[in-house]
Design a binder for this molecule. Structure first.
Ligand code: 13P
Length: 256
């Protein structure tokens, strides 16, 4: 059985119409497949309702958002509540993406508040962490990622089937065409796993957490990541925003 995850983060690459087009085309491909990975679309907020209609009860495609507010109701102009994400069937929410951290100055504490609220609403947080090029050059990869994981997760009282996905996305690999080498991805994932075990426990890690990789993933480099057992899947930006390359990635994930 295919138990890997593909999360398509469409950022602000696509209009509503373009988002609908891709989902329709991918749906045709997906309907013919028996052994699908978990496939999650994270469109721009305004495309969520129409993408939700298209994927409908297909069962093979899921929906997520690219962010959400850290409070569900109140005077937060321009923010989006988990209540409205749930109304359209979102199951996932990306939190703490490096583009949010850099351009909108989101802090680990705010990300922690968002994670708590997402879990309260039954959403699966996809928490992004990763070092900058400068931090990597200074040999600080594990230290930076360890701090981000520890501070953004904080101490959560995880229950039942609650699930958190940590996406290791080094800032320098995003949109650069320069993915991290698969062995390097594996060692970062091991370090994230150890951080979570230190802060929680091994059994809690096994019950509640998965780690995926993001940063210039495409159909050509995908296999190297998926072959690593600790890599539960991929978070894909630009290559997921074009029909053919997204279908090649799904196909690659089915056949790796
Ligand atoms: P790219 O795949 O375009 O490098 O983007 C990765 C990313 O930021 C996904 O969240």
């Amino acid at each position: 059985m295919n138990n890997k995850i593909i999360i398509a983060n469409w950022k602000t690459y696509l209009s509503v119409f373009e988002s609908e087009e891709i989902v329709r085309e991918v749906l045709k491909f997906v309907k013919k497949q028996k052994d699908m990975p978990e496939l999650v679309f994270c469109p721009t907020f305004t495309a969520i309702p129409s993408v939700a209609k298209i994927i409908g009860g297909s069962g093979k495609m899921k929906l997520g958002a690219q962010n959400m507010n850290w409070r569900d109701r109140g005077p937060f102009t321009g923010e989006v509540s988990p209540i409205t994400l749930k109304e359209f069937g979102c199951e996932f929410v990306i939190l703490g993406h490096s583009e949010r951290r850099v351009h909108y100055h989101e802090t680990d504490l705010e990300i922690h508040e968002r994670i708590k609220l997402a879990l309260e609403y039954g959403l699966i947080p996809v928490v992004c962490v990763g070092e900058t090029a400068e931090e990597r050059r200074a040999g600080r990869r594990d230290e930076v990622v360890r701090r981000q994981v520890t501070e953004s997760l904080g101490i959560l009282d995880l229950k039942g089937s609650e699930r958190i996905i940590i996406a290791y996305e080094p800032v320098w690999a995003i949109g650069s065409g320069q993915a991290v080498a698969a062995d390097d991805v594996e060692s970062s994932h091991m370090s994230i796993r150890q951080t979570i075990i230190d802060n929680y426990s091994e059994s809690e890690f096994n019950l509640h957490f998965q780690i995926i990789y993001g940063g210039s993933v495409d159909a050509a480099n995908l296999e190297g990541f998926l072959e690593k057992e600790i890599v539960s899947g991929v978070l894909v930006g630009s290559a997921s925003s074009r029909t053919e390359s997204l279908i090649s990635i799904i196909d690659g994930c089915i056949n790796y």
